[in-house]
Design a protein around this ligand. Structure first.
Ligand code: 0L1
Ligand code: MG
Length: 271
């Protein structure tokens, strides 16, 4: 039984206060110490904090628009000593228009990474066992802005999961019907800053094939009890290392055969 003084109620209060801390850090763009610096967290608790954190955005009127995976690159996963992807949630408040402009002052220490995005054409509930790929209707080049709310962009696995996997912004390029997109296994990916190549990579860096991310995201959503709605965007993962954003620059990602997506970075004080 959960009473006001039971361990369950105490844990719920601790998780809610952790979500509040991370939410305030995101809104104020002021970093906070890692949650795990003041006590251990399990991965389940970290996902519970993530849900509470997103709940605060939803209470402000944002809506769930998608999901994302992190640690889909074997190198990044190995650096963190993890063997599975991590799952985060996207909201419409994180969407940056293609060709749009962001104000750096809204972020703590943002980085950008080129990705591939998929769009679901049908709902997938936690109990549905349809083939995840059959639910995808389109694919697009994308950029993700990641911004850890922790000081110095440093965290443990549990910290980053609680912080919604550093999710902060995303840009979508033009959609191509999946049926017309051809083989996505090894497309070239380029990240340009001010027209100069900053990073190059391949879609193969995303779990060996970006469509594997669709399977992984659906698996993770099921575990989280998260229903994926038709129209949901699925950010598959980074194809290159992330690059720190600097004021007054333009950022563009190109995925061979899919096109480009981009935005510009204003000054800290721009609105
Ligand atoms: O989208 C990502 O791959 C980020 C996952 C979280 C780790 C990070 O913030 O670098
Ligand atoms: Mg990412």
């Amino acid at each position: 039984m959960t009473t006001a003084h039971s361990p369950a109620a105490r844990n719920a209060a601790v998780h809610d206060s952790a979500a509040g801390l991370l939410d305030t850090a995101a809104v104020s763009a002021e970093p906070v110490p890692q949650l795990t610096s003041s006590g251990a967290l399990t991965l389940d608790e970290a996902y519970r904090i993530q849900r509470l954190l997103i709940g605060r955005r939803l209470a402000r009127g944002e809506r769930i628009s998608g999901v994302k995976l992190g640690f889909t690159s074997r190198t990044k996963a190995a650096q963190m000593g993890v063997f599975d992807v991590i799952f985060g949630r996207l909201t419409d408040g994180m969407r940056i228009a293609d060709g749009g402009r962001i104000a750096l002052g809204r972020y703590v220490h943002p980085r950008v990474e080129p990705e591939v995005a998929f769009r679901l054409g049908t709902d997938i509930g936690p109990g549905d066992d349809l083939d995840p790929e059959s639910a995808v209707d389109a694919v697009a080049p994308a950029l993700e802005v990641i911004d850890s709310r922790y000081r110095d962009f440093r965290f443990t696995l549990q910290d980053v999961v609680a912080d919604n996997t550093s999710a902060s912004g995303y840009v979508l390029g033009p959609w191509t019907r999946l049926a017309d997109a051809g083989d996505l296994a090894n497309r070239g990916v380029r990240l340009e800053i001010d027209g100069r190549t900053a990073e190059t990579g391949s879609t193969a860096a995303i779990l060996g094939h970006p469509l594997r991310a669709v399977h992984a995201a659906v698996r993770m959503a099921r575990v989280q009890g998260h229903t994926l709605r038709a129209g949901t965007v699925l950010l598959a993962g980074a194809a290159t290392p992330a690059v720190a954003l600097t004021p007054g620059t333009s950022v563009e990602a190109t995925v061979t055969g899919l096109g480009r997506a981009g935005f510009t970075v204003g000054e800290a004080t721009d609105e």
